[in-house]
Design a protein around this ligand. Structure first.
Ligand code: SF4
Ligand code: FES
Length: 251
């Protein structure tokens, strides 16, 4: 059975997008190691409500590593200290008794803080709206089944499609670049015959929108790949750059 620990949680509190934020520290006692990180925040909020204080605002939805909503910077790492998991999949057994845990929102100009730990990630939606879809007639189900796709391409497309749009890559990047996210979205379509037709135009449109929205440039530090909870590879960035260059040369 998981042992219980006492921790101090140092949480970023910010009333709104324009307000000045600050850290507040709270004590939590007898937290079981099997408690998930978000459940720990639920316990903190119950404690704050009992004390007639404002609960901490944080985003979450599926709590299963699928939706990408639980985007928290924990002790200097997006999604916390463990590899290849989201915040909602992190458990308190990864922390030591008496430890201070610092929890911050994503820090990126393109993701303004809404309140406390919640940020506005609509910039990602706007990039998808610029081209993250297939706009040609791909036929019906029998046509898809009759289109041969190599196992390698299918696997690589599935790997790229595992991106959950959490934004950890942007938060981890010193330039605030969204290249890993955009390249995953470009690749998941460009690798398949149905998406290949518009691959160059898609790359051009999505990169243009990404630049307009204030994301930084990629300088190959690989911090994005290291912190991505889904293990999305930076080889997708190289693939997107090839499509983008192809589009530029054919202009
Ligand atoms: S590439 Fe990884 S880190 Fe970036 S949004 Fe997708 S899942 Fe999150
Ligand atoms: S709450 Fe959905 S991925 Fe964490």
């Amino acid at each position: 059975m998981d042992k219980e620990i006492n921790v101090k949680v140092r949480v970023w509190r910010q009333q709104g997008p324009k307000a000045k934020g600050h850290f507040e520290t709270y004590k939590l006692e007898k937290i079981s190691g099997g408690t998930s990180f978000l459940e720990m925040l639920d316990i903190l909020n119950e404690q704050l409500i009992r004390d007639k204080k404002e609960p901490v605002v944080f985003d979450n939805d599926c709590r299963e590593g699928i939706c990408g909503m639980c985007s928290l910077y924990i002790n200097g790492h997006p999604h916390g200290p463990d590899d290849l998991i989201t915040t909602c999949q992190l458990h308190m057994r990864h922390f030591k008794d008496g430890q201070t845990i610092t929890v911050e929102p994503w820090r990126s100009a393109a993701f303004p803080v809404v309140r406390d730990l919640m940020v506005d990630r609509q910039a990602f939606d706007k990039i998808i709206q610029a081209g993250g879809y297939v706009n040609v007639n791909t036929g019906g189900v029998p046509d898809a089944n009759a289109t041969p796709i190599s196992k390698l391409d299918a696997d690589e497309a599935m790997d790229a499609a595992s991106c959950i749009g959490c934004g950890a890559c942007v938060a981890a990047c010193k330039n605030g670049s969204a290249m890993l996210f955009v390249s995953a979205k470009v690749s998941q379509l460009a690798l398949l015959p149905q998406g290949k037709v518009e691959a160059k135009a898609r790359a051009r449109a999505m990169v243009k929108r990404m630049d307009e929205l204030g994301f930084g440039n990629c300088t190959n530090t690989r911090a994005c790949e290291l912190e991505c909870p889904k293990g999305v590879s930076i080889s997708n960035i190289a693939r997107m750059n090839r499509s983008y260059l192809g589009a530029k040369l054919s202009e």
